[in-house]
Design a binder for this molecule. Structure first.
Ligand SMILES: [Ca+2]
Ligand SMILES: [Ca+2]
Ligand SMILES: [Ca+2]
Length: 396
């Protein structure tokens, strides 16, 4: 039966001793306080371990450990490793919730395990075969014995070793995981990308080179890379439509539209922006297609930015262009125009010709055909020359 003072009473005692020391020091008895301090802290021994493996055991092991002992081992290994700790021998004084003597294992300020008791009888609190793994590259072990031991307890012996973290398998943080391929090696890992992609300077995400798309045709179609599959991360893409002066570009986004967005902030992650002359459209993101945008420019720059996370499909757009309109040309008498259209616009060509027996007369010469062009200012290059009867021309 234990008749000793338990820990709470001990700490009360220590505290009152401290108070005595404190009062004495205020009264000028400094030496007494210093002695008292070393008494209170005398039991705690702190060790820093930086080796890749090692042994930690209770004092005097395998002889019984002394009472009133506090020891603290701080193990740290290089980044990219974690620490595995296990016990080969364990024999501490048993107690309810290990409040007498114990071994505590902690990491990053969190308690991972508390052990006490005999290996054979106290299966609840002994480590047994358990292997403790630190979440990161440090781990601390503390041992404490109280002021009495009812029997001879031999203490413990444990071993630790640094093991490589397989970041490819154990990566929980999405913000650190490789975008495409992950390669583990001892003490670290690296990422690589599928063919056609480049590793971003974050060494993690895979970007594409997509800044040199130039379209000079009067109409066309383009989209985010991979559309309608997920678009690449960490990319800044540029699509330029460059048409001659006199054309106006109209853009039409496909209904399938999916760009990472935010419920409260306007397109903070990924976005499409359009610059057309002095006008800007966007930023656009989310799931609603911007639809049709009628620009007033012949030069349009579409910019698409994606950040380093998220999985979205992207966008697709087609563009058309229209030129300035020309009034329908006047058909010469006994002549015809080809093609006949409801509307004529910049760059349209019209071929003027005459009915059989008639010839076009232009500057005193007779011609079979004559071509007129709709110009960028909406005027025709010239008017259609008249058709004259061959007979009358010969007779004249
Ligand atoms: Ca004890
Ligand atoms: Ca590794
Ligand atoms: Ca994103």
């Amino acid at each position: 039966m234990r008749v000793f003072i338990r820990s709470e009473e001990m700490s009360t005692m220590s505290r009152s001793l401290w108070d005595v020391g404190h009062i004495c020091s205020m009264m000028g008895f400094l030496p007494f306080q210093l002695v008292l301090l070393s008494m209170v802290h005398a039991g705690v021994q702190v060790f820093s371990l930086h080796e890749m493996y090692g042994t930690i055991s209770s004092p005097n092991f395998p002889e019984p450990y002394p009472k009133e002992t506090e020891m603290f081992w701080n193990i740290s290994v290089p980044d990219g490793f974690r620490i595995r700790l296990y016990f080969l021998h364990f024999d501490l004084e048993p107690s309810y919730l290990c409040e007498y003597d114990y071994v505590k294992v902690a990491a990053d300020g969190e308690e991972l395990a508390v052990f006490c008791g005999h290996e054979d009888s106290d299966t609840e609190h002994v480590p047994g075969e358990q292997v403790i793994s630190s979440p990161r590259s440090s781990l601390s072990v503390s041992f404490r014995s109280d002021f009495s031991n009812e029997e001879r307890f031999l203490g413990f012996q444990s071993h630790y070793s640094a093991v490589d973290v397989d970041e490819c398998r154990d990566m929980n943080d999405e913000n650190l995981a490789c975008d495409h391929f992950c390669h583990n090696y001892i003490s670290g890992y690296y990422c690589s990308c599928r063919y056609g992609y480049l590793l971003h300077s974050d060494n993690r995400t895979c970007r594409v080179e997509c800044s040199d798309n130039v379209f000079t045709e009067r109409s066309g179609v383009f989209s985010s890379s991979n559309f309608p599959k997920l678009y690449p991360k960490s990319s800044d893409c540029q699509y330029r439509i460059e048409l001659e002066d006199g054309f106006l570009v109209t853009l039409e986004f496909d209904d399938t539209f999916d760009i990472e967005d935010h419920p409260d902030v306007l397109c903070p992650y990924d976005f499409v922006k359009i610059q057309a002359g002095a006008k800007e459209y966007g930023p656009f993101c989310g799931n609603r297609s911007p639809g049709r945008i009628q620009t007033e420019s012949n030069k349009v720059l579409v910019v698409f930015h994606s950040d380093n996370s998220g999985e979205n499909i992207g966008w697709k757009m087609s563009y058309t262009s229209s030129g300035s309109l020309c009034q329908a040309p006047v058909k010469p008498l006994n002549g015809h125009l080809d093609p006949v259209q409801i509307q004529y616009s910049f760059k349209d060509h019209v071929l003027v010709s005459c009915e059989p027996g008639y010839r076009l007369i232009q500057d005193g010469e007779d011609l079979e055909h004559y071509e007129i062009k709709c110009q960028k200012d909406g005027s025709w290059s010239s008017s259609a020359p008249p058709c004259e009867k061959m007979e009358s021309r010969r007779n004249s």
